[in-house]
Design a protein around this ligand. Structure first.
Ligand code: AMP
Length: 200
């Protein structure tokens, strides 16, 4: 083995997993500083594109407004382009990606091609009723149409249960699935995540 070559598998690549409102974005924003990771949220990228009325934004808008998932290939291409744009990154937190088995497989292929791999998938857990309450509250200030209507929120949970929840098994089979209790103060949850990430 070439001892001068850095072991790229040492790069921390974390996948934050969990239903809408579980706190993925909030916690990723807190933790990225501590670990010097780049936070990539596919939801934020879509919203940025919608705000700027790009072709991608126009394509994604109707799905997001309805609380449906955006088609896989569109999402995968966007995520890969974002990673490619940041060659200096020392590691990543993927927040809200992958959300389907096709996305998880595409991510593995993409990372393997760069001698990289997901380090861990971390699911933040909270009950649906608490999540609905949090999202409706967030909707009062976020301006997000998908946070303002309980039916759309429940549709996002259905999308999660049908398409995203099966990824638990996918990552368990790779020995990379972890859960963290998502109920508590920001600091408490962040401390739980830090303990877990330090043990990985
Ligand atoms: P989020 O901000 O993560 O709650 O995402 C908001 C919305 O963006 C979702 O309800 C989907 O419509 C879309 N979205 C975000 N990430 C993905 C993804 N990985 N696959 C498909 N759609 C996504």
């Amino acid at each position: 083995m070439d001892i001068l070559a850095p072991d790229l598998y040492d790069m921390k690549i974390l996948v934050f997993f969990g239903k809408p409102g579980a706190g993925k974005g909030t916690q990723a924003a807190l933790l990225k500083e501590n670990y010097n990771l780049l936070h990539i949220s596919t939801g934020d990228l879509f919203r940025y594109n919608i705000k700027n009325q790009t072709a991608l934004g126009k394509l994604a808008q109707s799905y997001i407004d309805a609380g449906d998932l955006v088609p896989d290939q569109v999402t995968i291409d966007m995520l890969e382009a974002e990673v490619e744009k940041n060659p200096q990154a020392e590691g990543f937190i993927f927040d809200g990606f992958p959300r389907t088995k096709a996305q998880a497989e595409a991510l593995d292929t993409f990372l393997t091609g760069r001698n990289l791999a997901v380090s861990a998938t971390i699911a933040l857990e909270a009950s649906d009723d608490i999540l609905v309450e949090r999202l409706l509250k967030r909707g009062e200030t976020s301006g997000r149409s998908d946070d303002q209507d309980e039916q759309k929120i429940r549709n996002r949970f259905d999308e999660y249960n049908q398409k995203t929840a099966p990824l638990k098994r996918y990552y368990e089979d790779q020995g990379k699935f972890h859960t963290v209790d998502g109920i508590g103060s920001l600091e408490e949850i962040s401390a739980r995540l830090t303990t877990l990430i330090d043990s990985i």
